[in-house]
Write a protein that binds this ligand. Structure first.
Ligand SMILES: CC(C)(COP(=O)(O)OP(=O)(O)OC[C@H]1O[C@@H](n2cnc3c(N)ncnc32)[C@H](O)[C@@H]1OP(=O)(O)O)[C@@H](O)C(=O)NCCC(=O)NCCS
Length: 383
C-alpha cells in the first residue's frame, strides 16, 4: 500500500507517522484492489475511527475516509467506485452515523453523498503596520515555551476546544507526539516549531524566509476570547516578521480587533471537511438547533439509497426525526444535507442552484436559522 500511496500523493510518509495513522484505522477499515501476475496493489482506501463534535457539543463516531488512491495505470475504470461501495457497506454495518473526508479535488465526492461542511481560509496579516484598537483588552498571560516540553498542556487545551467546536476531532496522544517530533519532512522549508502557551490557548508556528521573514502559524487554538487576543498580541508583536500567515475559518474576528482591518487579507478559501450522513435520524437528533421547525425532508441518496422522507420536528433546540409517508416540504440530495449539517452553509445558496427545492421561502429561511451554529465549524485536523 505504501508504494501506491507514495506515488499517488507524491511524497513519502515517515514510517513512524504512518504507524500512528495505521493505529487509527477502524477494524476492517481497509479495502485494496489487486491486479496482474504479481498481484500488485492498484487501488487502496481506508477509514479511520474518529470522534466528531457537532453543533451543541455532542460527539459522534465518524468514519474518516483517507489514503484513497488508484494507480495511474488503472484510472477511470470504476476502482474507486467499487472500493467505496464496499467501504460504505462496512461503515453502515458498523453503525457509524457519519462518514467524512477531506478531498484532493472538489468534483469527485458529491456523487457519493458527501457535501463540503467546513471552510478553511488562509489569512495573511501585514504585521508591520498592525495595531490593536484602543478598546481591545490586553489580557497577557502568554509564555514562550519549548513545544516538546508541553505536550500535555497543548493536548488538554485542544481537547477543551474540540469539545465546543463543530468539526473538532478527538486527537489521540500518539498524534500529538507525531506533531511535536517536528520532523524535517514536515517543515516545508521553515524553521523548527516554536510555541506560545496561555492557560486557555496556544500557538505552534514556524519562521520562513531569510530577507523578508514570515511567521507561518501551524495552529492557533484558543478556548476563550481573552486567550485568543493575548496570543494574537504576542504573534503581532514579533518585530522582525513582515507577515503572519495562518489557517482559519470565515468568521475569524481578528480584522475587528485592528485599527486597519485591511491588513488582514484572506489569501485563499477552500472546502475542508466533507460530510456524508450515513444515518439521517441519528445524526439530525444528535445536534442542537437555533430555532423551532416542523417539516418533512425528502432526501435523495443516489449512491446507496440511504435517503427517504423524514419528519423533522425541532423544539427548544432538540430534534426528533422519523421516517414518514407525509408529503415533503423540502427536497434535497444527501450531499446538500451534509453541507448544512455543521451550520457552515446556507440553504438559500442551494435553492439558487436548484439543489434544495421548496415552495415556501419562509420555511427555507427558518431552516437556515435552525441549522446555523453559534460556534463556527472548523475541522480539528486534516486526516
Ligand atoms: C481520484 C481517484 C481515487 C479516482 O479513482 P478512479 O478509480 O479513477 O475512479 P472511478 O473510475 O471509480 O470513478 C468513480 C467516479 O468518480 C468520477 N471521477 C473520478 N475521478 C474524478 C476526478 N478527478 N474528477 C471528477 N470526477 C472524477 C468518475 O467519473 C466516476 O463517476 P461515475 O461513477 O459517477 O460515472 C484517482 O484518480 C486517484 O488515485 N487520484 C490521486 C490520489 C487522490 O486524489 N486521492 C483522493 C484523495 S481524497
Amino acid at each position: 500500500m505504501a508504494l501506491l500511496g507514495n506515488t499517488a500523493f507524491g511524497e513519502i510518509g515517515h514510517p513512524e507517522s504512518m504507524e500512528v495513522w495505521r493505529q487509527m484505522v477502524a477494524v476492517d477499515g481497509g479495502v485494496v484492489m489487486r491486479d496482474g501476475d504479481a498481484d500488485d496493489v492498484v487501488g487502496q482506501s481506508i477509514f479511520l475511527d474518529l470522534q466528531l463534535t457537532v453543533p451543541g457539543g455532542a460527539v459522534l463516531p465518524t468514519a474518516g475516509l483517507s489514503y484513497v488512491a488508484v494507480a495511474p495505470t488503472h484510472r477511470r475504470r470504476g476502482i474507486l467506485r467499487s472500493m467505496y461501495t464496499e467501504l460504505h457497506q462496512r461503515i453502515a454495518d458498523a453503525k457509524y452515523p457519519i462518514a467524512a473526508l477531506t478531498a484532493s479535488e472538489g468534483g469527485i465526492y458529491g456523487r457519493f453523498g458527501y457535501g463540503p461542511a467546513t471552510t478553511v481560509q488562509e489569512m495573511s496579516i501585514d504585521r508591520r503596520f498592525a495595531e490593536f484598537r484602543a478598546g481591545v483588552p490586553d489580557p497577557g498571560g502568554v509564555r514562550l515555551v519549548k513545544p516538546a516540553e508541553h505536550r500535555d498542556a497543548f493536548a488538554e487545551i485542544y481537547d477543551r476546544w474540540r469539545r465546543q467546536t463543530p468539526g473538532g476531532l478527538v486527537c489521540p496522544t500518539p498524534l500529538w507526539d507525531d506533531v511535536l517530533a517536528d520532523r524535517e519532512n514536515t517543515r516545508e522549508g521553515g524553521s523548527e516549531l516554536f510555541a506560545f502557551l496561555h492557560p486557555d490557548g496556544y500557538v505552534l508556528y514556524r519562521v520562513h524566509g531569510e530577507e523578508s521573514r514570515s511567521l507561518r502559524v501551524r495552529e492557533v487554538t484558543a478556548v476563550t476570547t481573552d486567550a485568543y487576543i493575548a496570543l494574537w498580541r504576542a504573534l503581532l508583536g514579533m518585530d522582525l516578521m513582515e507577515k503572519v500567515i495562518t489557517w482559519t475559518h470565515p468568521d475569524d474576528v481578528l480584522p475587528y480587533l485592528l485599527t486597519n482591518p485591511r491588513l488582514v487579507r484572506v489569501t485563499s478559501s477552500s472546502d475542508d471537511l466533507w460530510v456524508r450522513i450515513m444515518d439521517i435520524p441519528a445524526a439530525l437528533e444528535a445536534r442542537r438547533y437555533q430555532a423551532d421547525l416542523d417539516t418533512v425532508l425528502d432526501v435523495a441518496d443516489g449512491f446507496r439509497g440511504d435517503g427517504g422522507r423524514f419528519a423533522l420536528r425541532i423544539q427548544g433546540g432538540r430534534a426528533q426525526c422519523t421516517r414518514t409517508d407525509a408529503p415533503a416540504d423540502v427536497e434535497l440530495d444527501l450531499d446538500v444535507l451534509g453541507s448544512l449539517y455543521l451550520g457552515s452553509h446556507r440553504p438559500e445558496a442551494f435553492v439558487a442552484a436548484n439543489r434544495l427545492r421548496s415552495k415556501d421561502p419562509e420555511l427555507v429561511r427558518r431552516l437556515g436559522t435552525a441549522f446555523a451554529s453559534d460556534v463556527p465549524a472548523e475541522l480539528g485536523y486534516g486526516f
